[in-house]
Design a protein around this ligand. Structure first.
Ligand code: OGA
Ligand code: NI
Length: 354
């Protein structure tokens, strides 16, 4: 159904449906009927965890650690409130992201790249022109930790971008380390098991915009995937769209909007570390025809070449080692040759077949 001179293998910047501000999904974006989202998805029943006192009240901590452990085990997903990141910081990050996406194409084009190793890159879909089906998304990927190493590569238009996004990046990196402390504690590994490695590790942020789409039933913003990260923390504006695949019955469930909450999901690295006790949750992003959805996902991993392996304490006769070790660099090499789609996920390649 392609027009004569159009090819899905070439999507010059400025020629995408999003950049042209089309609201309809052209042939390139249409999914096979089976892959399309269904209307009226059920709301996910996932815990909202109050982090108040987690770091300084030992009695509260016991409860929070338990709640976080249960959430990781049963849903691979939870929301956090009273997380200590102020509303102005959250709002500042979302508003500067929105202003960035509103800039003319020629401003954003400067960051355009399909090279997954680039520390800062702008694109539409996932890999422009390389995805079989295009996704209704525009994004800026940026490395963020340690901030001083990367911030000078970030956009400086809008002028407040580095300050506002930087304030959020630093706050969310600290929060990720605190949450990972609770997670390793819940696994019986103690609260500082990964602290140094995470602090020396990678924080990769995806600043995403899913423009409004007049045919949200035909396309997706992001296909089903898991994240190559320990945990991902997502901040979203007031449009929903993030769905997870229920670990129990496999159905899609919509993540509800909770004001000021941040979304936390288990990633591949944590599945490896926990030797399969906590599963990396499959998720996707659906679209709507009313307003653009802005989200900022922050992915936390070890250093570029540091291998993640299953904690020795969690490997025994009853739980034989289920995963090969791998680094973030191994993952980047893999996705530069493959796409994000779940059937071919990197996690599958590190799983030891039994
Ligand atoms: C991602 C992702 C979810 C969202 O960036 O990996 O899944 O809500 N984002 O944008
Ligand atoms: Ni994701």
């Amino acid at each position: 159904m392609k027009k004569n001179n159009e090819s899905s293998s070439s999507f010059p910047i400025g020629e995408t449906a999003q950049e042209k501000r089309y609201s309809h999904a052209s042939e390139f974006y249409k999914l096979q009927p089976f892959d399309r989202p269904r209307p009226n998805t059920e709301i996910a029943d996932i815990p909202v965890i109050d982090m108040e006192g987690m770091c300084d009240d030992p009695t509260r901590r016991i409860k929070v650690v338990q709640d976080i452990g249960n959430a990781c085990k049963h849903s691979g997903f939870f929301q956090v409130i009273n997380h200590g990141i102020s509303q102005p910081i959250l709002d500042g990050a979302i508003s500067t992201a929105a202003r960035f996406f509103d800039l003319p194409t020629k401003e954003k084009e400067k960051f355009m790249s399909n090279e997954v190793h680039e520390p800062v890159r702008y694109g539409t879909s996932i890999q422009d022109g390389l995805d079989k089906v295009q996704f209704w998304r525009v994004f800026l990927k940026q490395y963020a930790h340690p901030l001083k190493e990367w911030v000078h590569l970030w956009p400086n238009n809008p002028p407040e971008y580095r300050q506002k996004m930087g304030d959020y990046a630093v706050a969310v990196q600290k929060m990720a380390i605190d949450i990972m402390g609770a997670i390793t504690e819940s696994l019986g590994l103690g609260p500082t098991y990964l602290t140094t490695k995470l602090d020396d590790g990678m924080q990769v942020m995806f600043v995403n915009c899913y423009p409004r789409c007049s045919q949200p039933e035909l396309a997706l913003g992001l296909p089903p995937h898991t994240d190559y990260t320990c945990i991902t923390i997502v901040l979203q504006n007031s449009a929903d769209g993030l769905e997870i695949r229920d670990l129990g019955d496999g159905s899609w469930r919509l993540i509800p909007l909770v004001r000021s909450a941040l979304q936390v999901n288990v990633g591949d690295y944590l599945e490896v570390l926990s030797n399969g006790r906590y599963k990396s949750v499959v998720h996707r992003v659906t679209l709507n025809n009313e307003k653009a959805r802005i989200s900022i996902s922050s992915l936390h991993s070890l250093g570029m070449d540091v291998k993640m392996e299953s904690a020795k304490e969690l490997v025994d006769e009853e739980h034989p080692k289920g995963y090969k070790e791998s680094s973030f660099n191994d993952f980047l090499d893999f996705i530069s040759k493959n796409n994000l789609e779940e059937e071919k996920s990197f996690l599958k390649t590190v799983k030891i077949q039994k």
